[in-house]
Design a protein around this ligand. Sequence first.
Ligand SMILES: NC(=O)c1ccc[n+]([C@@H]2O[C@H](COP(=O)([O-])OP(=O)(O)OC[C@H]3O[C@@H](n4cnc5c(N)ncnc54)[C@H](OP(=O)(O)O)[C@@H]3O)[C@@H](O)[C@H]2O)c1
Length: 326
Amino acid sequence: MKTRVLGKTGYQVSEIGLGCWQLGNDFGPVEDAEARAILQAGLDSGVRFFDTADVYGSGLSESRIGAWRRSLATPPIVATKVGRSAELYPNGYSKAAVKQSLQASAQRLGVDSIDLAQLHCVPRDVLFSGDMLAWMEDFKKEGIINHFGASVEFLDEAEFCCTNPELASLQILFNVFRQDAVDALFAQVEEQNIGVIVRLPLASGLLAGKMTVNDQFDKQDHRSYNQDGAAFHVGETFNGLPFAKGVALVDELKTRLPAGHNILDVSLRWILDHPQVSSVIAGASRASQVMRNASASDLAPLSDDVHALLKAYYYDEVKGFIRGGV
Ligand SMILES: NC(=O)c1ccc[n+]([C@@H]2O[C@H](COP(=O)([O-])OP(=O)(O)OC[C@H]3O[C@@H](n4cnc5c(N)ncnc54)[C@H](OP(=O)(O)O)[C@@H]3O)[C@@H](O)[C@H]2O)c1
């Protein structure tokens, strides 16, 4: 597993990280033993960057990571998020409440100071007021957090966050079916030494290439209850694509890839071929997926021809179907 520097944090993080939303049982029930096996498979495969949030399972994901992390001699970097809990979202944002949320996260994670705390897709008016980013600067001075970043929904939000001189990282939705950040953001983050953390690298699993239109998801899984944006932003689940359309687009893309190119490997490698990316926080519902995804770090870069094919496919065939804006 190769490592990269995570922007201003200076942390060396693994190119493939682990997204830990599923450890909150938000994709369906995950037993404690399975949760630990998923985390351990990451560590054993060289993963040194884990992403969670206070709201994943109302703290369950953080608690599971905290318990596991405490058992390790050299704990990996863990990033969490703040801003979507019932106490804060949508209009309870105060400095005291945000501080309390962060302190509760630190306790669950078993750390004195959080490695990286990210604003968690907070409402646009809250983000653009700038208050929350300013509070994060203060929390850093107070030692509650070591660094802060932001997970955002839209590229104009990412651009706004870059105006904060202490912002260490941005978490964005970026994959072969969501390529706009290449032109809209990457020059700026590179210039300002802001690390890019990539979420939804597989478009909620579509780009693993195994889904069919008849697939059903657990009723607790956002891929069931948020397929059309009923619970949160429509652009998030399946990358904003209507499920059947997403499956059809993947099936078509498979036929266009050159022989010997597996869509899962291509999808992860395509992201890593962008040097502005620090870590890809792929989700995984089982340990075998974690190990498979980790191996993308060792693959050779894609050819220019494959990059050109994927770019044309996105702009000509995919982008027009993404709901909710980019
Ligand atoms: N607003 C935010 O800040 C935000 C929002 C969303 C996500 N995130 C972060 O991003 C992380 C990743 O998001 P995500 O899990 O939703 O999306 P993802 O990484 O695009 O997709 C993960 C899903 O892909 C499938 N998969 C993964 N590896 C596979 C493999 N090797 N073979 C076959 N299938 C594979 C699994 O589906 P099955 O379960 O069907 O097998 C898995 O649940 C989250 O855990 C979270 O940390 C943040």
